[in-house]
Each structure stands twice: as C-alpha cells, then as structure tokens.
Design a protein around this ligand. Structure first.
Ligand code: ZN
Length: 180
C-alpha cells in the first residue's frame, strides 16, 4: 500500500499534458495501485496520475461502489448535459456547479493492455470527464460558467492551502468522498 502526496492547484504538473502509456509493465501496475490507494485514502471518487506528479494518461475512479481504472482514455460524450456540484482533490474544500455531458462512452485499456469500454452516466460520467481533463492539463474551474468560476477563484484565493503549491502537501481537508 502506497499513498502519495496529492498535488494542489498551483503545481505546474497539473497544467501539463500527460503522455500516452506505451509499456503495460509492472511499473504501470504499481502506478494504478498507488492511484487507487491514494484515492481511497483521501477519500475521493477519482484520481488522475498528474495529481500525484506522474505525467501518464492513467486515472482511477471509485463511483457507486465500483473501483476501476482506465489508461489512454478516448471519450465519446452525449449532447445532453448535467449540472451539479463538482470537487477536486487538488482543490481541497472547493465545490461548485460544473456542467458536464450526462453520458459518456470511454474507450481505453486496462493495466494489462486489454481494451476496455466503460459506459457511464451522472457521477461516473462526470468523474471520467473530470479525470480525462486532468490528463490534458484541464481543471474543473475551466469548465465552470463565468459566475461559478469567479466564486470558485475567490474561494481558492481565500483557502488556507492557497499559495502553498508547488510544495507537495497532503490534502488537509476531508473530502467526504465526493472530490475527483
Ligand atoms: Zn481533480
């Protein structure tokens, strides 16, 4: 069991584009395990490799009691949208409405290099979109409408962890399992 420090907003690694996984080797399986352990400990509903400082296209999720992971994801989004609060383990305590596609079909690979397809709606769809965004250096504040983003940025400036990045630090707040 290996729990890694979660990188907070302000750490440049969160704005970098992650690289596709080429080698489905033991090192990759250790990364998936580290992501799972760190996500479950937080606790969170999703965690992407850049959030623990690894620039590879890998994420894990834990939604509705299902633990999963996806490598090199490729998403097909529904035109129907959902609204609702979203959080992020890299923004402790920050929850604001963030529009997302209602449904997603995500294609990718598992840790053994086998192709997998995950179909999700609502929270699973939200989590998959949020984590895939992390792999492109996109953060949930980028997906909010203008008013929500203004509120979120103000709350971030006032947060006790603001300005501490890129110092690597464990999330100081409980996230009640809702953050991604
Ligand atoms: Zn996140």
């Amino acid at each position: 069991m290996s729990i890694k420090p979660i990188r907070l907003f302000g750490d440049p690694v969160l704005r970098e584009k992650a690289q596709p996984v080429k080698d489905f080797d033991k090192e990759l399986r250790i990364l998936v395990k580290d992501l799972q352990d760190t996500m479950m400990e937080a606790p969170g509903a999703g965690l992407a490799a850049p959030q623990i400082g690894v620039g590879l296209r890998v994420f894990t999720y834990y939604v509705d009691g299902t633990l999963g992971h996806l490598i090199n994801p490729d998403l097909d989004l529904s035109e129907d949208l959902q609204d609702g609060e979203e959080g992020c383990l890299s923004f402790p305590g920050i929850y604001y409405d963030t529009p997302r596609a209602l449904r997603v079909v995500a294609k990718g690979f598992d840790e053994n290099g086998e192709p997998v397809t995950i179909e999700g709606s609502e929270l699973l769809s939200r989590a998959i979109q949020h984590e895939t965004d992390h792999l492109d250096g996109i953060l949930f504040i980028d997906r909010m409408d203008r008013d929500q983003r203004k509120l979120a940025l103000k709350a971030i400036r006032e947060a006790e962890w603001a300005g501490q990045a890129p110092v690597v630090k464990q999330s100081p707040h409980a996230t009640f399992g809702r953050a991604l």
